[in-house]
Design a protein around this ligand. Sequence first.
Ligand code: ACM
Length: 539
Amino acid sequence: MRRYLFIGLIYCIAVGAVRAQERCPIIPQPAHAERHTGYFSLDKHTPIVVEDPVAAPAAHFLQREMLRLMTTPLAVHADEGSLPAIRIGIDPSVKGEEAYTLQVTAEGIRVAASTLAGLRYGIVSMLQLAQGEATPTAVLKIPAWELADNPRYAWRGLMLDESRHFFGKAKVKSILDWMAYYKLNRFHWHLTDEPAWRLEIKQYPLLTLIGGIGSFTDGTAPAAYYTQEDIQEIVAYAAERNIVVIPEIDMPGHATAANRAYPEYSGGGTEAHPHFTFNPGKEATYAYLTDILRETNSLFPSQLLHLGGDEVSFGSAAWQSDTAIQDLMAREGLKTNQDVERYFMKRMADSVYRLNAKLLAWDEMADAGLPTDNTIIFWWRQDKPAQLKTAWANGYQTIICPRLPLYFDFVQDSTHRFGRRWDGTFNPLEAVYTYEVDGLTSTAAERDLILGVQANVWSEPIPNGQRLDFLLFPRIAALAEIAWTPDEKKAFEPFSLLLKEHLALYRQHGIYYYDPFQPNANPEPVVYRIDRDLSVERR
Ligand code: ACM
């Protein structure tokens, strides 16, 4: 008898240990998660109890999301003591701006955080645990888990280029929904570039009326852009999901669409990139761009203005023959076009700082002498690791977003035809998932300067929402784990298994995802009317 008791005890300990190590069925994988036995059963009588008025918006978010999962809505009630409930409370002992704890037991659920953002993430995790049951039911069983979670990086970003192709409000909102689902929190919106300008600026209406015409694949496409009301709607929608929106007004290069509207500020370009630059030699250019930034800054409460600063050399050859620029060079002792670029950016940086905003820029600006405290550098040129080191040596906070593996306009399968490659290399799901950010650093000081990671979606090969889905899903899920999950909790195999359930969810929501397990399930959507080789379009 004793022997059986002993064997039984060993069995229980072993099962307990396996349970404790079970991978939590959530993407991104939480920092700490422990499975307990049993479930919490939720039905229409289960109240949501708000323990602190600050938590009320989180309770509302939960109510709204529950409409998708249950046949009857849940009500917010006053606390009635011991009744089974979903309790949502502010708890200052949960440390971290976005941290949360979640306890699901047979008796009830409690989500706690010191901030509203943390509460929302706790609720998102709870919703993902409930997901196994899917399609609306009267009773929802949520497996018992105990989570204590906190993101690895404060900046978990996604950049969308809408200059080359315009996707519109509904698609952007859907992307914001999925970002929130994966706990991504920064939406970098690339709104201006060569093909078109997409942001209404009331002081300069031609920017959108003329600059908004065209796209990468159709130079005559009718003007498409976001009105200021649209922008406010999107920014508010994002804020409800704990997502900060950052506009990018690219300068002094990639200015072609703006120059179509207001050619008096053009600094010229090249045959391949006509009117590519703003004119740094004219005082009026600074006033014009400062007006634009002031209006932009009023629309985006993030107080973050991305000014691009990339690839200026693509179109700055004409600066050598522009009299205003030559005068500037003589007056300021500037010897090269790059000196002019840096002079320009410092002037614009002054405007940004006067708006009490931070300046964000691509890694070309890592050695432009911009103030350290108010500037964030985006490292995108994976073939130039020295530029990242320079950014760190100069003390800049950085966002890690290298083309390999974080440009999602790169193809993700060897058979795919429409999208970029880098000397033949592309960005499959596993390369995204296994990307080791810490491998870039050699000191703790460098690691401390990494604010976060971001994937960038340039839209040359993406003329429609279907192709956007195909390039974004499921890589967005892998991005989430690089950005949120500690390295020791990441594992590609179990992630892939869980991802299969997420593919089913994408299908339910009408997302045209790429299926890495059955590559032919959703064939690659063809891009018509591309007459250029995308692999060399932009380096
Ligand atoms: C970039 O891809 N030009 C930042």
